[in-house]
Design a protein around this ligand. Sequence first.
Ligand SMILES: [Zn+2]
Length: 262
Amino acid sequence: MSRASTSSYSEVKLVVTVVHNFLTPLASPFTTPPHGHGSRAIALIPAGTTVATFGGLGLPRHEFDMYPSERRSRSIQVNLDLIFLGPQAREPGDSINHSCDPNCGMRNATSVVTMREVEEGEELTFDYAMSDASNYDEFDCNCNSVLCRGTVRADDWKLEPLRHRYAGYFSPYIQRLIASEKRGALLTKNDVELLMSSYDKDPVRALTQSLRKVFGMPHATWHTLIERVEHDAARRSLLFAHDEVSLDQLVSLLNETRGAGL
Ligand SMILES: [Zn+2]
């Protein structure tokens, strides 16, 4: 290749845009100053239509927490310790707001589907309780629907009315949580005796067995169980590292809460 042709090639500005998120062409994003974003139908959207799909960078919680809050607000949780962080620049598919009376639900871990027919001009919304069970995106809600619960919290998926209303529209992750809760059981007197007698020999193994029963997760790892039991990041790290004092506190907690759940 001659020098001249190399030079002319280098003048071509090659711009590659990678889109992480999808928004149906039947909807369009809008902005409400100063910081509001959303998407609304620009035509009638039939029930059962996939309207948005979320992508992004898959991160465990401790890495996710290091990113700016604006970007973290454009994210979706797909597993206990896996969150898809939204792309650096906002994309059309990033703007599906929460509503306590939504017209959409989750089709799978990352896709949003209409639960009913959506009229032209209606805003597309889903309930964040359908997909998120971590406290990274809790807020006071003013969606103004008659069903508004006032706050959106990490454990809203536990609310019985929502479970009925959104049956079939929770993400697989939340469905697993609901199933594990149903399988979960309180520790009996015998369970606690077994825990205490085997604790000194191998505390992590003894606690793992008890927590698996409490959470109804028979194959869960220590890491997964601690994610469920401890929400404070610093205390969680100590338990991951098998810190003796933290393990002792956990075994006391299990002993004290016998029959009352965690
Ligand atoms: Zn609300």
